[in-house]
Design a protein around this ligand. Structure first.
Ligand SMILES: [Zn+2]
Length: 281
């Protein structure tokens, strides 16, 4: 019975996606996890970062990103190892291929709370992506003295090569080119600064939403947890406030649709990979 319901919803979603003019995609932590990047997972952390677990008692990447390391050398040893894993891994998942197929030549916008920067690495420009929690590939001044962003990508290999006992040499610590203070990753936290780039993306998003009125508009939400306030609640409010659209949410077991939005919503209780394989092909 449950699979009959799932099949019915998949067929309905496939039909809506096929005729969509504009596609708004929202992605959350379960998509990252299905792609193999789960910053909350203790098991993969123990496998990939045993030295940081042993020395500092850290249990996950997310815990490490928020951990108060005793010095900057250890902090950047950790960050560079995470950046290597997240920024330079192969992007060869069928999930990403299927997202590409679904976007096709449609007008699209992407909102994500992922810090991995996958969509930009797939070739989608940053003015079509709002990264709510920032991006681990960017660094900024910790003060911050300006809202300039710099890339970490050209620093990672040297930091990794100099790692010894969970630390890197002082001369590799990233310093702000504007004031000489330490840099920090550009991810959500007390030092997070909204930059011109992010402001422009927000403006593009407003424009996109304005243009969506009267169009065949589909919102596709991938792996956003039930109580997410930044992406899911925003999407459901759009649907609730009488916007003409179809809201498709895909989630494995953590599915939720707000009362009052159900006639325009399609819930697909499935892992994202299987659902997208069906929807995109
Ligand atoms: Zn500075």
């Amino acid at each position: 019975m449950q699979s009959e319901e799932l099949q019915k919803n998949l067929d309905k979603a496939k039909e809506k996606l096929a005729s969509a003019d504009m596609l708004l995609i929202g992605t959350g932590k379960y998509l990252d996890a299905e792609l193999g990047y789960d910053p909350f997972d203790p098991d993969s952390f123990e496998r990939d970062f045993p030295e940081f677990k042993d020395k500092f008692g850290i249990n996950s990447i997310m815990e490490g990103l928020n951990y108060k390391f005793p010095d900057e050398g250890s902090r950047w040893a950790f960050i560079s190892k995470v950046a290597k894993m997240y920024r330079f891994s192969e992007l060869n998942s069928p999930i990403l291929e299927n997202i590409k197929k679904l976007i096709g030549s449609r007008d699209y916008f992407i909102i994500t709370d992922s810090m991995i920067g996958i969509f930009n690495r797939m070739g989608y420009p940053l003015d079509h992506i709002v990264e709510i929690n920032g991006n681990l590939g960017d660094i900024q001044c910790h003060k911050p003295c300006t809202d300039n962003l710099y890339s970490i990508d050209d620093k990672v290999e040297a930091m990794l090569a100099s790692q010894a006992e969970c630390s890197i040499s002082d001369d590799l610590l990233p310093k702000c080119p504007d004031c000489g203070e330490m840099m920090v990753p550009h991810i959500s936290g007390k030092e997070f600064v909204t930059t011109d780039r992010e402001f422009s993306a927000e403006m593009e998003y407003q424009k996109f939403m304005f243009q969506a009125y009267g169009k065949n508009f589909v919102i596709l939400e991938l792996g956003v947890e039930k109580l997410n306030r930044t992406i899911k609640e925003q999407f459901m409010n759009l649907v609730y406030q009488d916007m003409e659209c179809t809201y498709i949410t895909i989630n494995d077991g953590d599915i939720y649709i707000k009362p009052g939005t159900r006639s325009k919503s399609i819930a697909i209780d499935s892992n994202i990979g299987d659902a997208l394989e069906y929807l995109a092909n």
